[in-house]
Design a protein. Structure first.
Length: 167
């Protein structure tokens, strides 16, 4: 008896990721983990992430005007990067435990591109499809309707595409 391949669907943005798999009868998506991977600090404003105001300095001209320094980093982008790196690490650990054979990634373009660069080769080799959409707020039934064609056995072509808009 051959082992049925396990497909995970990871729906993520820069602050939340949800993990799904098709049910045994292939008629719906079921959640894999009891809780989503969430980073609430990624949704905060940059001013809330850093406690100090940037320093101030006098202008280089002799006008006596003072200017604030720009912060060296965008703290919100740093938090988003940390979250995507944590997601890549989680997927690497799950791949090492052979929890999935195929992976479908659904994320906005920026998060998907960053995730693609952070994933190790063994996880990249499992990626069946990448869909550049933010569907983190979509219900599992809605996700199944959108991804149904990718979950049909025999349609395991590796692809990168955008889903059409909902009609």
């Amino acid at each position: 008896m051959t082992k049925r391949s396990t497909t995970w669907i990871v729906v993520a943005d820069s602050a939340r990721s949800r993990f799904f798999a098709p049910s045994d009868d292939m008629k719906k998506l079921v959640t894999i983990r009891s809780a989503d991977l969430v980073s609430p600090t990624s949704r905060e404003r940059a001013s809330e992430l850093k406690s100090d105001k940037p320093g101030r300095s006098y202008s280089s001209s002799r006008s006596g005007v003072r200017h604030a320094f720009e912060p060296p980093h965008d703290y919100q982008k740093l938090e988003k990067h940390r979250f995507v790196a944590e997601l890549a690490k989680e997927l690497d650990v799950a791949c090492g435990r052979k929890e999935f054979d195929n992976l479908i990634l659904v994320a906005p373009r920026r998060s998907l591109g960053e995730l693609r660069t952070l994933l190790p080769k063994r996880v990249k080799d499992c990626v069946l499809a990448e869909i550049a959409r933010d569907l983190t707020k979509e219900t599992s039934a809605g996700l199944f309707q959108r991804l149904k064609e990718l979950l049909v056995p025999g349609s395991a072509k590796r692809l990168t595409r955008s889903l059409p808009a909902r009609s």
